[in-house]
Write a protein that binds this ligand. Sequence first.
Ligand code: FA5
Length: 336
Amino acid sequence: LRDAAIGRIKEAVNSAEVEELRVKLLGKKGELTEMLKDLKNMDIEERKQFGQKANALKTELTEIIEGKFKELSVKDVKKSLSSGSNFDISLPGTNFKLGSLHPVTIVQKEIERIFTGMGFNIVDGPEAEEEFFNFEALNIPKHHPARDMQDTYWLENGSLLRTHTSPCQVRAMQKYGAPLKVIAPGRCFRNESTDASHENTFFQLEGMMIDKNVSIANLIYVMKLLLSEVFQRDVKIRLRPGFFPFVEPGFELDLNCMICGGKGCPTCKHSGWIELLPCGMVHPNVLRYGGIDTEEYTGFAFGLGLTRLAMMKYGISDIRVLNSGDLRAMEQFSVR
Ligand code: FA5
C-alpha cells in the first residue's frame, strides 16, 4: 500500500487530484482506515506491531500529501503569472473610502491657525459647567434678566450645559493671569426651538485679549482681519451697540448674508444680515472675578458663532443639516 500510495501522490498534477487521494487513503472510509478495522481480529502482539506500522504510515502519507499541496500551489501561482491570464499583481488594491472633516471643524481649524499666528493660545472648558462660571463670574447674578437671553439646560446636580463659551474667559484668567491672549472653541447648548438658523446644540469660538492699553481699536482690527482671512475677500460688516453684562461697551457685529447677498432669505430672517460676532471690552467686574488688576489691564472679548460662520462660508442654508449626521451632505467638504 505504502509504495503504491506514494507513487500516486507524486503523479498527481493538481490540488483536486491530491485531495481526492487524501480522502481515498486517509478519509473515514479510506484504504488505511479500512485496514485498521482488522485490528480487532488480531491477537495482542500482532495488534501492537500492526498498529505501530499503520500509524507511522499515516503520519508519513499526511506529510507527503501536505508537501504536494504546497508544491502545487506555488506551481499554480507561477503558471498563472506566466500565462498572464487572470492574476495580475500590479492591479491596484481595493480603494478604501476616506472620511471627511465636518465643515465646522474645517472652519475651527482655520480660525485656530489665524489666531495662533497672532500669538493666541487655544484653551478649553467643560461642556457641563458650573453656574458660577456660566453666569455669576460674567456679571450675571441670580435673578438678573439677562439670564433669560440664554435658555438654559439645567442638570440635576445643579450645574448646567454651558450656554456659551464665555465661561472659558474667567477660567483662563484665573489659570494664566495677565497679559493673556486666548481663544476657546467649543460646543454650546440652549433650550431653544430650532429653525433654519437656530439649533439647541451649536459651536461658538470665544476670544479674549488682555494687556496694558488694549482698546476698541485693537478689537475692531482683529475682528476685520479674522473675517477677511476666513472668507479670503473683503466682507461687508456692520457694528451695532449690543448688550451683554460681561462687556462694556458691547457690540453686535453682523455679517452681510452671503446666502442671499443681503437681499433677504430664511437664513438671515429676511433682514440681509447675520448676527455673527458679539464682542466688547471686558467688564471690570469680570476682570476682577478673573483675578486681574483693573488699574493696570484692560481687554476685549468676542463670542463668534462658529456654526453660523461655517454656514456662510459653505453656503449652507439650514443649520439643521450640520447636526443631522447625513454623510451625503458632509462628504462634500472632504479635505485630504
Ligand atoms: C453670547 O453667547 C456671548 N457669550 C457672546 C459674547 C462673548 C459677547 C464675549 C461679548 C463678549 P449670543 O447669545 O449672541 O452671545 O451668541 C453668540 C453667537 O452664537 C450668535 O451671534 C450666534 O452666531 C451664535 N448662536 C447663538 N445662539 C445660537 C443658536 N441657537 N444656534 C446657532 N448659533 C447660535
